[in-house]
Write a protein that binds this ligand. Structure first.
Ligand SMILES: [Zn+2]
Length: 193
């Protein structure tokens, strides 16, 4: 976003850098509108931390095409090279998302996590997201007396933990044994996700 002296005049200052997500066609516009709604409502408390700031959704007819545009905070920063830290940040963002009442539905895609300059991540790509209620906790943080697949566990957070949590570096079994919970990880979480 930039500010100009007058229409067509000299550029005064850049107000802020933004990312534009353009979509074309009724189906994708409907998806973008839904995504914008999630940013604006459920994800509002997480804007600027777990997700980018949301500045608006616009649509118009350009020529023969109906186009839509989501305007988000521009996020960039050096990639987190430490795998443990990267996965830790992914877990933090995912848990925050579920606590806010949103299921991402593409949470395992590494492309949906963008590093920013303060060393944290922003989660993006909410076109398949749905509102959702769960305890916002992962398997290892629950005490369910050794039940490997408690009925109330959140399948997306279980999948997140299986990919990015302690199981991601094959230490999961040891961590579980030490803590006397879930001696064996149920791989069904990963494959059923
Ligand atoms: Zn959940």
């Amino acid at each position: 976003m930039e500010q100009f002296q007058c229409k067509g005049g000299k550029r005064l200052t850049a107000i802020r850098e933004v990312a534009l997500k353009w979509v074309v066609g009724a189906k994708r516009i409907a998806g973008a509108k839904r995504e914008a709604g999630v940013y604006d409502k459920e994800l509002q408390p997480l804007q600027g931390s777990a997700v980018p700031r949301f500045y608006g959704f616009f649509k118009n007819i350009i020529g023969d095409l109906e186009v839509g545009c989501i305007v988000l905070e521009w996020c960039s920063g050096p990639a987190i090279k430490d795998t443990f830290e990267l996965n830790r940040q992914r877990m933090i963002a995912g848990i925050a998302l579920h606590k806010a009442g949103v299921r991402h539905n593409k949470i395992l895609d590494p492309a949906h996590y963008i590093a920013v300059s303060d060393g944290t991540l922003r989660m993006v790509g909410f076109s398949s997201a749905k509102t959702h209620q769960c305890a916002g906790t992962t398997m290892l943080s629950r005490d369910v007396n050794g039940d490997q697949k408690p009925a109330k566990c959140c399948s997306e957070l279980a999948a997140l933990e299986s990919r990015f949590g302690v199981d991601s570096d094959r230490l999961g079994r040891e961590v579980r044994l030490v803590n006397r919970i879930f001696p064996e990880f149920d791989a069904g979480f990963f494959y059923s996700y």
